[in-house]
Design a protein around this ligand. Structure first.
Ligand code: PMP
Length: 459
């Protein structure tokens, strides 16, 4: 009997993802992925898929990198675990922290490790609150974020996330946060407005929210350089330069959530470099270890570090940390993974593949169901619509995306359906031939989708 059948019941409790429809899952069970090789994964029946989402936007080096397995094994033998409480440390965490400081923009000099992106963003919230207490400005605690931004799923990071599923169903936000207009011109640009006017409107909104709330109440602005999990939404030209300028003028800390953009996804080492801004804090995860081990990091400026360190003299230690903070096996794997990214020039590879990958994505613009085909570097998406001319979405939101997902599986291509947006983000070891094959499978998926959508009478 297939593992997926025997596992179906038990699996509910163990592998439930926030976006799993539980009743559907009970009926159909999971797709059990049992093996990986390069950019491909195989299910328990031996069916081959191209992992077109890099395993939830995570895996730079592919699914069969023995050097990472070996790094984990060697570290397990040497020192499988030690904590970082009370001034303890170990070599891999120190070396990885040094490496991150070396790789990230010059102004970022300090590192705090966590195990997940959500924990990292929760850590940033607490750092900002702690810092502003230290600086004698206890009112300066609010956050600015964006609709459709994704920053995690825990209570504080989920509050920063700007997706309705988070807010409606979980009584969030639970921390003071204002969500600004999503910087996606196709969906949020007004009728008759060009992209430059759209950028100007978003920046005017930011300034007016700051004026309304009072700059002395706002701690930080957080954003993904390119909003990824919200639908792969590149910002309009001039947006980030404008945001940075306004944050500086109002003494608001600028946080780049680089969990997906970081380590080359956009063809530059970090997403902020693609869009020409310099954050005070960066959140890193996923491709830091290619997700072979859970690990995330907050990398931040010396000024923030100094304010926090000073505060420990008056109100005690920075009382925050996790059992697995800077875990030696995870950080050892991270070091080896970053060495591989450098040796094989995978960031350069993403930059070189950008032309063919983006041309492939944009070739779907002509498809009758595709409203917008977009992306940058080695990440892209097509947005399905009921009416191309008016951009009208399907009344039954997400159904076309769900059908596309099923067809994609049959065609051997794993991508992510975000409602009716189909996101692609292949591992960074991909080749030109891989890009061609991904686009071929996507084209077949979209061809079959037209008939399937018509048959369901979706409108
Ligand atoms: N920030 C961004 C930009 C993310 O995409 C994610 C996860 N998709 C997170 C934070 C949260 O990371 P985690 O799932 O590891 O908690």
């Amino acid at each position: 009997e297939a593992l997926s059948n025997s596992l179906a019941a038990a699996d509910i409790a163990t592998t439930m993802h926030p976006y799993t429809n539980l009743r559907q899952h009970e009926k159909t069970g999971p797709v059990v992925i049992s093996r990986g090789d390069g950019i491909r994964v195989y299910d328990e029946h031996g069916k081959e898929y191209i992992e077109g989402l890099a395993g939830l936007w995570s895996v730079a080096v592919g699914f069969s990198e023995k050097r990472l397995a070996d790094a984990a094994y060697q570290q397990m033998l040497k020192l499988p675990y030690y904590h970082t409480f009370s001034s303890k440390a170990h070599e891999p965490s120190i070396r990885l922290a040094e490496k991150l400081v070396e790789m990230t923009p010059e102004n970022l000099t300090r590192v705090f490790f966590t195990s997940s992106g959500s924990e990292a963003n929760d850590t940033i919230v607490k750092m900002m609150w702690f810092m502003n207490n230290a600086l004698g400005r206890p009112k300066k605690k609010k956050f600015l974020a964006r609709t459709k931004g994704y920053h995690g799923i825990t209570v504080a990071s989920g509050s920063l996330t700007g997706l309705p599923i988070n807010h409606r169903d979980f009584d969030l936000p639970a921390i003071p946060v204002r969500h600004l207009t999503c910087p996606h011109f196709y969906r949020f640009g007004a009728e008759g407005e060009d992209e430059a006017a759209f950028t100007a409107r978003l920046l005017a909104e930011l300034e007016s929210v700051i004026a309304e709330e009072g700059a002395d109440t706002i701690a930080a602005f957080i954003g993904e350089p390119l909003i990824a999990a919200g639908g792969v939404l590149p910002p309009p030209a001039g947006y980030w330069e404008g945001v940075e300028k306004i944050c500086r003028a109002n003494d608001i800390v600028l946080i780049a959530d680089e969990v997906i953009c970081g380590f080359g996804r956009l063809g530059t080492p970090f997403g902020c470099q693609k869009y020409g801004f310099t954050p005070d804090i960066m959140t890193l995860s996923k491709q830091i270890t290619s997700s072979y081990m859970p690990l995330a990091a907050v990398v931040f400026s010396e000024a923030i570090y100094q304010a926090i360190a000073d505060n420990t003299a008056t109100i005690g230690n920075f009382g925050h940390g996790f059992t697995a903070s800077g875990h030696p096996v995870a950080t050892a794997v991270g070091l080896e993974n970053l060495a591989i990214i450098e040796e094989r020039d995978l960031i350069g590879n993403a930059a070189r593949l950008e032309a063919s990958f983006q041309a492939g994505i944009r070739s779907f613009s002509d498809h009758p169901l595709v409203g917008e085909a977009r992306g940058t570097g080695l990440i892209g998406a097509v947005e399905l619509v009921a009416d191309k001319a008016t951009k009208r979405p399907f009344a039954k939101a997400g159904r076309a995306g769900a059908i596309a997902n099923v067809i994609g599986h049959e065609e051997g291509l794993i991508f992510r359906s975000i409602g009716d947006q189909l996101a692609l983000c292949p591992p960074m070891i991909a080749t030109e031939d891989d890009v061609k094959e991904i686009m071929t499978r996507m084209a077949r998926t979209l061809e079959r989708l037209t008939g399937a959508v018509a048959q369901e009478g979706l409108e």
